[in-house]
Design a protein around this ligand. Structure first.
Ligand code: SF4
Length: 365
């Protein structure tokens, strides 16, 4: 898995959700011009390199429809060589999806879906401003299966307004029953001035219970945790997202997209008008050039997100002597508290530890 991946940002949504902080626009009339600009950017970056993952993220990629997705994939095939088993994921919102639209997506080349379910409780969905209800979410998953798309991931959020441990559990169990192959479970994060802050939100202890419940119930159902927020049946892990957490290269196409060329991290200015009217290379902003110390920090941060954890040999090879010293002091405490496990090769965080991973990481770097 040394081939680079491709991330394509499609920043359009039918309506802005109340909690969302992603870059996206509701000016759907720009979609055609944006698609053209995107194909231009892809062709300008042509390298004939082999790419083994493509991820259409947003925004709401499904709003583009199969025709435009096919066009973008066509530009990619002209400019790169897509591996035979290339994982091609599209995020899909459960509004207006049926077997026909999803079959068309499959026909266009998409072989993995990430469905933005978020909850199977209609009241919770309404409070966060989603346009779909539980019935539509379940219908989308069923239609995807009928369309022959086997790799289906569902997004779920815990910590929603009015959510209880019981209602979260019902959403989780409902999704397990659908037989999805992958689940992403995120904690709701809100900005200080978000109007949702005024609603009845679960406290940290309830959030912790929901998270641990999620890890436990999914494990029992054979859907194993492999990252802080990601769970998969064996062999169904997101190959694309694993590139982010293991420091692999990926191209970023589209306004607001991030990329990493192996040396530099960059992003394309999140400005749709500029993206349509100017060459994308003029909008490319270099974020950072990771130095020795950054590489070490990245390794610690990303590895502790993963179930596989930190390997002592790798840490030493990155000059992590100080971290090894700190680990020697911190690890016995973490293990006593049930937050970490260890073997001769390294250590990892348990689900309890993953819930507080940010504070553990802060003590190590
Ligand atoms: S559909 Fe997704 S990207 Fe669009 S506003 Fe809602 S949460 Fe944000």
């Amino acid at each position: 898995m040394n081939e680079p991946g491709v991330y394509i940002h499609l920043p359009f949504c039918a309506k802005r959700c109340a909690y969302c902080d992603f870059f996206s626009s509701t000016r759907l009339e720009d979609i055609d011009a944006y698609t053209e600009a995107l194909c231009r950017q892809i062709k300008e970056s042509a390298s004939k390199e082999t790419v083994d993952t493509v991820y259409f993220g947003g925004g709401t990629p499904s709003l583009l429809g199969a025709g435009r997705i096919k066009k973008i994939l066509g530009a990619l095939k002209e400019s790169f060589s897509l591996s035979e088993d290339c994982e091609i994921t599209a995020e899909v919102n459960p509004t207006g999806q049926d077997e026909k639209t999803l079959s068309a997506l499959k026909e266009a080349g998409v072989n993995r879906l990430s469905v933005g379910v978020q909850s199977l409780d209609d009241r919770e969905l309404k409070l966060i401003g989603r346009l779909h209800d539980a019935r539509m979410a379940l219908k989308t998953i069923a239609a995807a299966k009928t369309a022959g798309i086997e790799r289906i991931s569902a997004d779920l959020i815990y910590g929603l307004p009015s959510q209880t441990i019981r209602s979260f559990r019902a959403s989780l169990d409902g999704l397990i029953e659908t037989g999805v192959s992958h689940l992403s479970c995120y904690c709701l994060t809100l900005k200080e001035d978000s109007p949702l802050k005024k609603l009845d939100l679960p406290d940290e202890d309830e959030q912790r219970k929901m998270y641990l419940d999620c890890c436990e119930r999914l494990e029992a159902a054979g859907i194993r945790q492999y990252e802080v927020s990601n769970f998969a049946r064996p062999g169904q892990e997101s190959r694309h997202n694993l590139k982010y957490w293991t420091g692999k290269r990926y191209f970023g196409f589209g306004a607001g997209a991030h990329g990493f060329d192996g040396k530099e991290r960059y992003y394309i200015k999140p400005d749709i008008d500029a993206f349509i009217s100017r060459p994308a290379r003029e909008l490319k902003i270099t974020e950072e050039t990771p130095g020795e110390n950054d590489r070490l920090e990245e390794y610690i941060i990303f590895s502790l997100r993963l179930r596989s954890g930190i390997k002592y040999k790798k840490l030493a090879s990155l000059g992590g002597e100080k971290t090894l010293e700190k680990t020697g002091v911190l690890l016995p405490e973490l293990k006593r508290a049930g937050l970490a496990g260890e073997d001769e090769e390294g250590f990892w965080l348990t689900p309890e530890g993953m819930f507080v991973s940010n504070s553990v990481i802060a003590r190590l770097i």
